[in-house]
Design a binder for this molecule. Structure first.
Ligand SMILES: NC(=O)c1ccc[n+]([C@@H]2O[C@H](COP(=O)([O-])OP(=O)(O)OC[C@H]3O[C@@H](n4cnc5c(N)ncnc54)[C@H](O)[C@@H]3O)[C@@H](O)[C@H]2O)c1
Length: 257
């Protein structure tokens, strides 16, 4: 997708990765930017500065469907039809099982379905593009954070299921998945023995905390690159400052009578 002149929403746009994505979008000469997040962050908003891009913050708790719908409606009334949505809200806190699934999976699903309902060509929309942020732990097991990993596998299954040509030919909406590797943001702070799956996960978690990582800026730059080249259903790994397109292994296929 060519980003010039586009109307874009970043859900979780004040987060570590989301905010760097917003900065890259502004440099890509988009027309309007909607930042949907659970709390306003005036200093970050100010950091984005004065430029030609119209920026709107919409308060939205992604666990609350009415707030998702209100945020989309409010933004579209102001900025017009949305071309691109990047779903980047998420938490890593395995001691909060329901909240993890509500934010990382159900919230992302409802944000995606709401975006599709506005973009849907069958209902007079003009189509669009939705980028769902999973994780490398959405394609490989994450032993220290099993709940998080489960929610992120869900993001891959959900997004790949909707990114089928059968739907695209009708609704005109493309989807893709981004799987970042370990990225330095608030999400991964204070994990060991606190946000990992069990108290006794901490040996694995502390071992992982010595792993190589990337900055949010490196990750965001590659997310933008992947958007510029993505096909419907693409999966990209953004890890250690590099970008790689990957395919899921086909482990099962439907058999007909
Ligand atoms: N940091 C990493 O190592 C890493 C690796 C792989 C994937 N990811 C994924 O990337 C995405 C961004 O993560 P990050 O590292 O920038 O984390 P972050 O904690 O810096 O940002 C997360 C954002 O989500 C928002 N959010 C949380 N709960 C919300 C709610 N209920 N409603 C609305 N917004 C909510 C927060 O306000 C914040 O802006 C997440 O989906 C995360 O799972 C991160």
């Amino acid at each position: 997708m060519d980003l010039v002149g586009k109307t874009v929403v970043v859900v979780g746009g004040f987060g570590g990765i989301g905010f760097e994505v917003c900065k890259c979008l502004l440099q890509s000469k988009i027309k309007s930017l909607g930042i949907f997040d659970q709390r306003e962050n005036p200093s970050k908003l100010a950091e984005l500065g004065n430029n030609d891009v119209d920026i709107t913050f919409c308060k939205m708790d992604i666990t609350k469907k009415p707030e998702i719908e209100q945020a989309y409606n409010r933004f579209i009334r102001k900025a017009g039809p949305i071309d691109l949505v990047i779903n980047s809200a998420g938490i890593m806190d395995d001691r909060k099982v329901r909240l993890t699934v509500e934010i990382n999976l159900i919230g992302l699903m409802e944000s995606t379905l709401t975006a599709i309902s506005h973009m849907n060509k069958l209902d007079g929309g003009k189509g669009g593009f939705i980028v769902n942020i999973s994780s490398v732990l959405g394609i490989e097991p994450g032993t220290a954070t099993a709940i998080y990993s489960g929610s992120k596998f869900g993001v891959v299954g959900f997004t790949k299921s909707l990114a089928n040509d059968f739907y695209y030919q009708q609704n005109g909406v493309k989807l893709m998945v981004i799987c970042p590797g370990i990225t330095i943001t608030p999400l991964i702070e204070n994990l060991v023995g606190i946000k990992d799956t069990f108290d006794y996960s901490k040996d694995i978690t502390s071992f992982i905390s010595r792993a190589k990582s990337q900055t949010a800026e490196e990750c965001a730059k590659n997310i933008i690159k992947s958007i510029q080249q993505a096909e419907n259903g693409s999966i990209f790994i953004c890890d250690l400052g590099e970008l790689r397109s990957v395919e899921l292994a086909k482990l099962w296929e439907i058999q007909f009578k």
